[in-house]
Design a protein around this ligand. Structure first.
Ligand code: A2P
Length: 313
């Protein structure tokens, strides 16, 4: 499988298994099935509430001799209530304990949004801490320190816009190596991609097949006419077309599935090749549609708005 190469020569497989919204009772089988299928990259997060089950499956795969730890790429994310330099280490230690690992391959700041330490999910404006009080650069010091301790091999961010990255850039010793954001044919993120390429930041696409879709067919990736036409022409599935398009742009993808057939189908998207014309056809769909709209961070009297989070495009 094609890999993303880092400065220290580590390589991240361009396709991994997503685990957002994978139920704890399903994720064990999903991860074990995926590793058996050939997946070597698993994307996790503390807030998904299933890292312990993911960890059990990884352990089982290692025990069965299917994979060695060093041949797996495991990503996790720092939750919003653990921003602040001193909170990063305890949060990462809990994630490592749940995943039953000594180190992560990649640790990301999940959102440029800070919550008070005892709040997991906000219900009012007062549950937040504004970034003016607790800047990302403070949290980043904690990220650099766990990197230096060897508890993660790489550090990065998620849901960051170019302004957030600019703010952090000069205040960081070790620059973010990855930004994980929503990217799919309805939201190509061309400007963020161009900026990231200039800065040497790798983009990972979450919700690469549209996060389970939307009630309206007009804004579904898997029902999109261009995607359907290409899938028919190339004798593959619409999901495979969407994944192949991101990978052709050197963007890694982490499709979530807990279904055996779809886990295998998504893996086989690595074999789908698109011509420049086909890539262009998909580029032209661009509806600027977000499935994860960030409005859940908006509360009366609170410091965050979706518009502010997605920021300068
Ligand atoms: P399931 O877990 O039942 O397969 P995303 O990764 O873009 O967030 O999308 C995840 C959603 O898409 C889940 O609802 C998942 O359901 C579904 N899904 C995953 N793979 C495929 C596929 N190949 N075709 C259709 N739907 C898929």
């Amino acid at each position: 499988m094609k890999t993303i190469k880092f400065k220290n020569h580590d390589e991240m497989p361009i396709l991994g298994l997503g685990t957002f919204r994978s139920q704890p009772n399903e994720v064990y089988d999903a991860v074990l099935t995926a590793i058996k299928e050939g997946y070597r990259h698993i994307d996790c997060a503390a807030i998904y509430g299933n890292e312990s089950e993911v960890g059990d499956a990884i352990q089982e795969a290692i025990k069965q001799g299917i994979v060695k730890r060093e041949n797996l790429w495991v990503t996790s994310k720092l939750w919003n209530n653990s921003h602040g330099q001193e909170n990063v280490l305890p949060a990462l230690k809990k994630t490592l304990e749940d995943l039953k690992l000594d180190y992560l391959d990649l640790y990301l700041v999940h959102w440029p949004v800070a919550l008070k330490h005892d709040i997991v999910m906000p219900s009012k404006g007062d549950d937040f801490i504004p970034l003016s009080e607790l800047p990302i650069s403070e949290t980043w010091k904690g990220m650099e320190s766990v990197l230096n301790e060897g508890l993660t091999r790489h550090i990065g961010v998620s849901n960051f816009n170019t302004k957030d990255l600019e703010n952090l850039w000069d205040k960081s010793n070790h620059k973010p190596e990855v930004n994980q954001v929503e990217i799919h044919p309805l939201l190509p993120q061309n400007e963020l991609l161009e900026y990231s390429n200039q800065k040497g930041i790798h983009l990972t696409a979450y919700a690469p097949i549209g996060s389970g879709g939307n009630a309206e067919k007009s804004i579904s990736i898997l029902e999109n006419q261009t995607i359907l036409k290409l899938a028919e022409e190339k004798n593959c599935s619409p999901a495979q077309i969407a994944l192949a398009w991101n990978m052709a742009r050197n963007i890694s993808v982490i499709p979530k599935s807990t279904n055996k057939k779809r886990i295998a189908q998504n893996f086989n998207a690595t074999a789908v090749e698109l011509s420049n014309e086909e890539i262009k056809e998909i580029d032209d769909i661009n509806l600027s549609h977000r499935f994860i709209d960030g409005k859940f961070w908006e509360f009366e009297g609170g410091p965050y708005t979706a518009e502010g989070i997605w920021g300068a495009k």
